[in-house]
Design a protein around this ligand. Sequence first.
Ligand SMILES: *[C@@H]1O[C@H](CO)[C@@H](O)[C@H](O)[C@H]1NC(C)=O
Ligand SMILES: *[C@@H]1O[C@H](CO)[C@@H](O)[C@H](O)[C@H]1NC(C)=O
Length: 331
Amino acid sequence: MKWSPLALALAGPSQAALRFGCSTVSIQRLDPVVQPGMVPSSHVHQIVGGNAFNATMTGDIGEQGTCTTCTFSEDFSNYWTAVLFFKHQNGTYKRVPIMQNTALPNGITGGMTVYYTQQDFNSNGNQKITAFKPGFRMTVGAPTTETLPEAKGHIGLRFVCLDNKGTRFPELPDFPTKSCKGGIMTVHHFPSCWDGKNLDSPDHQSHMYSTTKEAFQAAGPCPASHPVRMPQLAYETLWDTTQFNNMWPSDGSNPFVLSYGDSKGYGTHADYIFGWKGDSLQRAMDSSCMFNACENGRPLKSQGVAEMNKCAIKSSVTENIDAWLPKLPGM
Ligand SMILES: *[C@@H]1O[C@H](CO)[C@@H](O)[C@H](O)[C@H]1NC(C)=O
Ligand SMILES: *[C@@H]1O[C@H](CO)[C@@H](O)[C@H](O)[C@H]1NC(C)=O
């Protein structure tokens, strides 16, 4: 690991946080982290970010993308999570559309909201926040999770039953058990303590350690095994379940299911491949900008919604994911 004396000297109190929208770049069955090279992968993902997204992704992604669906135009990272489906009582499945978040510029098509915070929204806790490195990747959560206690133990992986797009509480470890007036939000907070050595690990998790607390509270200190504080990455994804509310099953059971067949939500998970160009993410973390004040070159280059929405990739997997389907794709 290369600590520069200058970087250490710079660690002091500061406040910086990114919060931005990314429109959908693709919805398909690919997973370059967990199932690299597999076309199709086992289940459908909602993907945002750079157009270098593919079944196999190696090297410096920041040098490979030519466009991105995110506000910050030097961010060619990819962010993804499992897609939500509605299961009708007649046995067929329909993909739930994604809606844009509150407090973002209008017109973003689908997508996700991405956060990079420091120790919390207010402070870096007097620690250097070290940006991810080219080649870095990680996952959070596990589709194989089968019990509520395990799901509760996945701090920061939560569901919110929305009254409106601004609803943030309560955070639930599993699917809401009633229909939600304003949709369902899934929230994924990644771990932010790094072992300082590995860009990935066999389970895509053990090179990182989570001291995350619920709901964007200040994270606890990093342990000696994972001493390097990195940005606290989080996703919010808003599912527009409202069009299905009048088809809620008469027995009261939850009709929503994640793309790998999980009707409880215990296995909610998300994936990340770092792809910021050059030192752009580090410059943002070393600055003191908040949210859209980081745009327009202060210090990050940014783009408008029309340009974000224009960036897309051709699916490597050709299958219908939008009809009323007799089964979940790949299941
Ligand atoms: C994905 O990789 C394949 C095989 O290398 C290539 O043919 C295709 O153009 C790539 N797709 C994108 C969107 O870059
Ligand atoms: C199931 O219900 C949906 C919604 O009403 C309908 O569009 C679809 O055709 C139905 N499918 C079957 C097999 O009954």
